[in-house]
Structures are given as structure tokens and as C-alpha cells.
Design a protein around this ligand. Structure first.
Ligand SMILES: [Zn+2]
Ligand SMILES: [Zn+2]
Length: 347
């Protein structure tokens, strides 16, 4: 089969590899679509190899069950679905409490094994997955379904954790209208329709996309963005700020525009420093009562909720389709901010 593999730091190659063998608790999935994420770009850009042997990328996987492991019950060949990306242990205290994204087996700072970021992922004709990671999607298009596995899951998780702030009349800010951000705007409108959603991005066409997704207002990011958000909110700031970029400027924007008792959620992994200190909440720093949460992925139930929203037609991914073989081109476009919504590779 074909697989888009990271063969050395910075080197992405289409290779012919054997179809994966599956264990008794696994499924073999024939890939219908695989989404491309900034995390892929991050991994390709690492100066060291993540694995010694070539690794197939792809953690947003949609496809059809091709084979079922001997010990698996309740799954059948031909079922259509997506793959939950936290391959957590399923038995620890956190997993049993429904917090699979912070599985104890991953330790304090790691993340549970994730296809395409350790185990082989879905940018291939076939992928082996643990059977309990499979989530049926009914008749959703694969290219619509694949981005649910991360873009929707991760956005939904961050938003669910800020529900207390998302009361009628509140303002929510989404910074960065890319793969996650354009989905987050729709999720905000779906779960908290009386909340005003303000989209922030550096390019006008991303703000157009945000408007199509239901954003009430778009702000082109510049040095005045925090001041504009304060102006819009009587000087208080936004009750919830979701940063899907995570660089120094966006982290500071979040701190400077979140309201007292508001929620600042770090989602984008840009390594930015929000510059929070423990002093009095004067000036542009973090106001009293505001919380900061570093948000990783989501829980299985967050994924089920995301699938449900998509099946109800309330989530619609903006998708740019690429042939699997054109993965490197898609990655290059993503790196240059030229993907509208999500790039999806079709084997
Ligand atoms: Zn991702
Ligand atoms: Zn666990």
C-alpha cells in the first residue's frame, strides 16, 4: 500500500509499505480521508526523528472497517467511522472517569499514543487502529468526518470546559481561524447561540470564512486588537478567549482581552508565553479570577458530541481536497497559511 511517511527530519516521502497486520484487539481501516494538521507540520519540522524507522503521518482518520481482530466484539467489516486519537489505556482512574486525554499511563507531560505522532497514522491506504478508538459516523462524507477527529474534538473540548462563561450576552473570542478556529466558531454558535462570537485573524479571507461559519464580528489582528475587544465589552473583556495559535502575540492578546472571571484557553501549540505573573491584577495583565487552561485534544464523549453536531448538519468543515500523493504540497500550503479551513488527503 502507499503511505506518506516522515523518513528523516523534514523529509516527507510517499512509500510503498506492507498493509499493517492487526492484533486481536485491532481493526484494519481502509482510509477514506485523512486531515492535515499543524501538528503534522510541527512533527515534520522537528530537528530530530520521532521514531527510528519511517513513520506514517495522519491523526485525523476517517474510513471503512476492512478487517476485525479476533477478540473484537461489536464491530463489523464495512462500518464507516473515524478514529479517536487518544489511544489511552482505557483502564486507569482518568480513563474510567472519562478523561482519556490525560490518561495516567501517559505520565505528567506526555500525551497518550496518537496515530501519526508515534504509531503509524492514516495518511495511507490502510491503518491499524485499536478497536475501541473507532467511532461510527453513519453516512457522513469521509472528508467531512476526518477533521472531526481533531479539529472538532479539540475545539469542542476547549469550549465545553468554558461553558460556565458562555452565558447569554457573553462574548467569546476565537483567535486564529484555521482548521480548528473555523470549527470552533460553529461549535460556539451551536452550543451557546446567545453568545457573541468575535473572530480574530491576520488575513481578511480567514475572517470571511469566520463570518460564513457564523461569527458575529471579525477583527483583523493588529496592535489595537485587545483595545478593540475591551471597547466592545464596556472595558470588561471577553468572557472566554480561545487561542488556536498560541504564539507570543496571541497569548498576550488573550491575557489582555479576557474578562475578570473569564476563561482563557490555550489550544494552539505555538509555544507562546502569555507573560502571566502573580502580582495585583492592574494594567493589561490577567484580571482577577480569570482562569488559564492548557487544553489538549478531548475526551471520547467530546468526540461523540462533535459527530452528533456534524450529523445534525450544524458543523460543516471547509475542506480543501488533495490527493494523498500531494500531501507535501498541502503541507507547504498549510505552512504558508494558504489553506482555507482544513486540508484533507484522499488516498
Ligand atoms: Zn492535530
Ligand atoms: Zn488511562
Amino acid at each position: 500500500m502507499r503511505a506518506l511517511q516522515l523518513t528523516a527530519p523534514g523529509v516527507l516521502e510517499m512509500r510503498e509499505v506492507p498493509v499493517p497486520e492487526i492484533g486481536p484487539d485491532d481493526l484494519l481501516i481502509r482510509v477514506g480521508a485523512a486531515g492535515l494538521c499543524h501538528s503534522d507540520s510541527f512533527v515534520v519540522g522537528l530537528p530530530f526523528p520521532l521514531r527510528e524507522d519511517p513513520m506514517t503521518l495522519g491523526h485525523e482518520i476517517a474510513g471503512t472497517v476492512e478487517a476485525v481482530g479476533g477478540e473484537v466484539t461489536g464491530r463489523a467489516v464495512g462500518e464507516r467511522g473515524i478514529v479517536y486519537l487518544c489511544w489511552s489505556c482505557g483502564t486507569c482512574r482518568e480513563c474510567r472517569s472519562g478523561n482519556e486525554n490525560v490518561c495516567l499511563a501517559a505520565g505528567r507531560t506526555a500525551m497518550p499514543p496518537c496515530p501519526g505522532l508515534g504509531p503509524d497514522g492514516g495518511m495511507a491506504d490502510y491503518v491499524r487502529v485499536p478497536a475501541n478508538s473507532f467511532v461510527p459516523v453513519g453516512d457522513l462524507d469521509f472528508e467531512q468526518a476526518a477533521p472531526l477527529a481533531d479539529a472538532a474534538l479539540t475545539s469542542y473540548h476547549a469550549i465545553r470546559g468554558a461553558r460556565e462563561q458562555l452565558r447569554p450576552g457573553a462574548t467569546a473570542v476565537a483567535i486564529g481561524i484555521g482548521g480548528l478556529g473555523h470549527v470552533a466558531v460553529q461549535i460556539l454558535k451551536a452550543v451557546a447561540e446567545d453568545v457573541r462570537v468575535v473572530a480574530v485573524d491576520v488575513t481578511p479571507d480567514k475572517l470571511d470564512l469566520a463570518a460564513e461559519c457564523g461569527a458575529d464580528l471579525g477583527l483583523l489582528a493588529d496592535g489595537e486588537t485587545a483595545a478593540r475587544i475591551l471597547e466592545l465589552t464596556d472595558g470588561r473583556g471577553a468572557e472566554a478567549v480561545f487561542d488556536f495559535v498560541g504564539t507570543d502575540p496571541t497569548a498576550r492578546l488573550a491575557v489582555e482581552s479576557v474578562a475578570p472571571n473569564g476563561a482563557y484557553r490555550m489550544v494552539g501549540l505555538g509555544g507562546g508565553n502569555p507573560g502571566i505573573d502573580a502580582g495585583p491584577a492592574g494594567g493589561p495583565g490577567l484580571p482577577w479570577g480569570a482562569t488559564v487552561r492548557k487544553s489538549y485534544g478531548g475526551t471520547k464523549s467530546d468526540l461523540l458530541a462533535s459527530v452528533e453536531l456534524a450529523r445534525q448538519g450544524r458543523l460543516r468543515m471547509a475542506v480543501e481536497r488533495f490527493d494523498l500523493a500531494d500531501g507535501p504540497t498541502a503541507l507547504d500550503r498549510l505552512d504558508h497559511g494558504r489553506i482555507r479551513g482544513r486540508a484533507v488527503l484522499i488516498p
